[in-house]
Design a protein around this ligand. Structure first.
Ligand code: 6PG
Length: 471
């Protein structure tokens, strides 16, 4: 009998997605560039399951029921184009290719157009949740034509993580919208990771806390409505692990250089192009760039003087260090707010017609940024689907009003201690800018008009004005 769907690319994500589908009653055929990998899988984790292998793409395609559904889990970029080119000659009208990797969304736009001109369907699908999510239930963000999505809807609904109001998958929109939404998901992911790293740095260097003590604060936060989330949960776990060699905190042995595969960068580039203000997310990206300049930082520390850490009381650890929690809550809210703002603007600019409450809904389970806060985000966009900024929703406004003083104290304490907190301080500037009706850009406008006759508008009368500022 022919298989329900096919998988190309037996990396850990691919393997786990196939096993997930099989558990949910969907048979498959798998193909990998090196056949050895396929054989190992079929004799190992894939043994005695309705999973068959194929040695080449022709055999692979012939083992699939029609219309064929082929999920590609290969490296983004050239490797994805290569698979598309190799498999296309064997496909027939109505067959469907699904790219489950982290593709650049403009690549997906191009591929959708190319493949659809050959009468194939093409779905660009963001998949989040790492290896465990892929196996147990990821969050999935499929974009492309709706009819293509309909052909895989039942499969995806079963495979996805389930939350109280349904599976963590929905049709996102046309073209590259699925990969775009996944990219922004990752931008928010970068933001929250950096925020938690900054909180750790403050607890360690300002408060002198041990890994276990810091982990307990994370444990406290993970029980609160505002911060309960997967990333806080794994941060607690990471801070508790000891190096088997000497029983010291393992995290202290890790080189302080953070890598990146591109999605955070693409989020920021898109934000800049769309005119979205995303300083918290940008600060997290820059944090990684700065972290990679290890040699330069080693030298600079020996020649640049500045403030030195000294103790500041952020509140009792057993109460979750309330001031630090204020700062972390507001920066986390800012990451989500900025990410949702990019989505809102992209939805208009690229005609994606994104349904904001549904996006919040499918992020509530399975994905890396899952959190209880997403229920509040979902509610806010349900109440007002055209909400221009999450922060003006009542619940979030109250959070800002209650916690801004805490964030301010933490950022000034960090500055006094000479400790960088790029996400926390960018959030403070973001919030202070956003809540300021009159900003000083009137003076920028004066300068632009002075040297370049760029003209300016006035607050007291309509029109476009120019002044000879210098005699
Ligand atoms: C997820 C993750 C995952 C992503 C890495 C890459 O949602 O499961 O976002 O898809 O590939 O986290 O991020 P880096 O750029 O940090 O490597």
């Amino acid at each position: 009998t022919k298989a329900h769907f096919g998988l190309v690319g037996l990396g850990v994500m691919g393997e786990n997605l196939v096993l997930n589908a099989e558990r949910n009653g969907f048979s498959s055929v798998v193909y990998n560039r090196t056949y050895q990998k396929t054989e190992d899988f079929l004799l190992g984790r894939g043994v005695n399951k309705s999973i068959q292998g194929a040695k080449d793409l022709q055999e692979f395609v012939s083992k699939l029921e029609r219309p064929r559904r082929v999920l590609m889990m290969v490296k983004a970029g050239a490797a994805t184009d290569a698979v598309i080119n190799q498999i296309s000659p064997f496909l027939e009208e109505g067959d469907l290719l699904i790219d489950g990797g982290n593709a650049q969304f403009m690549d997906t736009e191009r591929r959708v157009k190319e493949l659809e001109s050959k009468s194939f369907g093409y779905i660009g699908m963001g998949v989040s949740g790492g290896a465990k999510g892929a196996l147990e239930g990821p969050s999935m963000m499929p974009g492309g034509t709706k009819t293509s999505y309909d052909a895989i809807e039942s499969l995806l609904n079963k495979m996805a993580a389930q939350v109280e109001d349904g599976p963590c998958v929905t049709y996102i929109g046309p073209g590259g919208s699925g990969h775009f939404v996944k990219t922004v998901h990752n931008g928010i992911e970068y933001g929250i990771e950096q925020i938690l790293a900054e909180a750790y740095d403050l607890m360690k260097r300002v408060c002198g806390m041990s890994g276990d003590e810091m982990a307990s604060v994370m444990g406290y936060w993970n029980k609160t409505e505002e911060l309960s989330s997967y990333l806080v949960e794994i941060t607690e776990a990471c801070l508790r692990v000891k190096d088997p060699d000497d029983s010291s905190d393992l995290v202290e042995k890790i080189m302080d250089k953070a890598g990146q595969k591109g999605t955070g960068l693409w989020t920021v580039v898109s934000a800049l192009e769309l005119g979205a203000s995303v300083p918290t997310i940008y600060a997290s990206l820059n944090g990684r760039v700065m972290s990679s300049m290890k040699d330069q930082r080693n030298y600079a520390e020996t020649i640049l003087n500045g403030n030195k850490p000294s103790f500041v009381d952020f509140g009792k650890p057993s109460d979750g260090m309330p001031l630090l929690m204020d700062a972390v809550v507001l920066a986390t809210i800012a990451s989500y707010a900025q990410g949702m703002d990019i989505l809102r603007l992209a939805s208009e600019e690229y005609d994606y017609d994104l349904d904001m409450p549904s996006i919040a809904q499918i992020w509530k389970g399975g994905c890396i940024i899952r959190s209880t806060l997403l229920s509040r985000i979902q509610d806010a966009f349900k109440k007002d689907p055209s909400l221009t900024n999450l922060i003006i929703d009542k619940w979030f406004t109250d959070q800002v009003n209650n916690r801004l003083s805490g964030l301010t104290q933490v950022v000034s304490a960090a500055a006094n201690a000479g400790i960088p907190v790029p996400c926390l301080s960018s959030t403070l500037d973001y919030l202070n800018s956003f809540r300021t009706s009159r900003l000083p850009q009137n003076l920028v406008q004066a300068m632009r008009d002075c040297f370049g006759s760029h003209t300016y508008e006035r607050v007291d009368k309509a029109g476009s004005f120019h002044t000879e500022w210098i005699d």
